[in-house]
Design a protein. Sequence first.
Length: 347
Amino acid sequence: MPHSSTAIAEHPPRASTGSEFTPLLRTVKGQGLLDGRQGWYALAIAVNALALAGVVSGIVLIGHSWWVLLLAPILAVLSARTAFIGHDAGHSQITGNRSVGRLIGLIHANLLLGMSYSWWNDKHNRHHANPNHIDKDPDVAADVLVFTSDQATDRVGFRRWLTRNQAWLFFPLTLLEGVALKLYGFRDLRRQPTRERVQEAFLLVAHVAAYVTLLLTSMSLGTALAFAALHQALLGLHLGMAFAPNHKGMEMPDPDGEGWGHLRRQVLTSRNIRGGAVTDWFLGGLNYQIEHHLFPSMPRPHLRLVRPLVRAHCRDLGIPYAETGLVDSYRQALRHMYEVGEPLRVE
């Protein structure tokens, strides 16, 4: 459940003797829910590739007209599907072969999106290891947004104004996320080993070159700029809407206290989104955030199947299982960000 602006659990619940996660893991393995679904992913990748090819063909055919801008939202949605495939590749959900998984990730992230696969994987794996941990989770580090009152008090100048209004600015800021993800990837290249850096840089540059060439050879400069702005803004918004409900406003482990076991660390810091097939598709399976965090390598189509098992296990242990509707999830996340900025508004 959402809580105060400090959002840090000072006294984490103690786990009972033995692992609380092991019985659940045993059941899940026994039902084959960790087994691969290569056929499902092969179809998803093929359908996404064909749809992207169709949009590119449409751009080439009608790029001389302003009607081409109607393809920008469609491309943004397909770009988000591409990002979800890259995300799943990074978690070994698509294949257990690391080389093949990396190749799929590089194609979908670097080549098709212009976003560094290695940068995302490194950042995202650190998040999964310590979700919502103020010192260890890069997703709650103080940056454009802050997530605790302590972070808010250190803000000065323009960043202080941002924090004061961050709840209202959150969704407008996500419009910049599509471009920001590309810049983060280029900036991260210097961290990567030489061979990895060369591969990543080549594909990132290839994406930019292909994207710019496609737009400038298909339409006028003005139309191209409008198309790129609309495409990148809607991509950022879509990704922001997919990631925003997952952890914001949920428990934050005490940095100085005892650590939680795997089950509590992942369940108490995550929030699920109720919905059907449309929600699953729109959020790329991330609406099953609790299950995804407990079993990060589980194929996406199995997440909805394991949900009843996880809920029942948490109920038996008396562990809160946070699940809400999509609109309410945004309300909870934004309310938390609003409360964090509250001290700066009453000075």
